[in-house]
Design a protein around this ligand. Sequence first.
Ligand SMILES: C[S@@+](CC[C@H](N)C(=O)[O-])C[C@H]1O[C@@H](n2cnc3c(N)ncnc32)[C@H](O)[C@@H]1O
Length: 270
Amino acid sequence: MQPQPLDDLVEAVLSRPDYHHISVDLVRWIGRQEIGKRRNLKEAVKFTRSRLHQIAAAYQEPRVEYGRWLEELSSLPHELDDPRLKDFCRRVMAHHASTRERLPILELFFNRTLSRIAPLHSILDIGCGMNPLALPWMPLAEDITYYGLDIYSDQAAFLNAFLSHTGVSGSVQVHNVLNGLPYNLPRTQVALLLKTLPCLEQLDKTISGRLLETIRASHLVISYPVHSLGGRSKGMLQNYQNHFDILAGQLGWTAERLEFQTELVFIVEL
Ligand SMILES: C[S@@+](CC[C@H](N)C(=O)[O-])C[C@H]1O[C@@H](n2cnc3c(N)ncnc32)[C@H](O)[C@@H]1O
């Protein structure tokens, strides 16, 4: 395939407001495959957009109000345990489908998944979405460093402003993990992959094992959704149990299993 059609596809996809801030690397990754499969560029653009919708845009609202949130954040206290800051975090997390469904169990979720590893000094959060805003509910050490990876530059800028406002070291990077992890990531105490693997597998069925093998962390917290975005369960619990069992078998892992009303979680000590 010639580079020109791929450049044209990337430009066409990014021209839509919904996809404007998405990682160029991911658009190229999907576009390269779609150009190989589709009859013409127009179709390849259409299918690239639809893949991006499935794995990322479907979780976001069409117009995300980062400007207004940043303004509000600037007038809020800096302490993670301040009730006004926590109220802000909850309200903003409600604008991302994945964090929204965790809100009713936020406290319980991080208590049960992370307190055994606490206090947390370092976290890697792969496909983090708005999860950095859940830091106030995590059992953190004073010197916590947080590294988040996701694919939206406007979201990363907002989350980096949040980290800096609250004095948490680290950053959220725009990074397409289908091409592996950033080479300069330090080893962390825990790596979170909260509902991320099913998204990645929609584009690459073999990514999970390869990605998990390269993570340098003492503990992994891997979760799967129990309901689809539309609210149906369709045997998802059993399917994802099987999915994890196969991965754990391949990697020689034993894991602790926790089941919440919206999420199935496995905790692995490496
Ligand atoms: C189901 S959401 C989970 C978000 C968050 N972990 C949570 O539980 O709230 C999946 C996340 O993976 C991100 N994602 C999808 N494909 C990705 C990729 N190739 N590289 C990095 N992140 C990706 C999406 O943007 C989205 O934020």
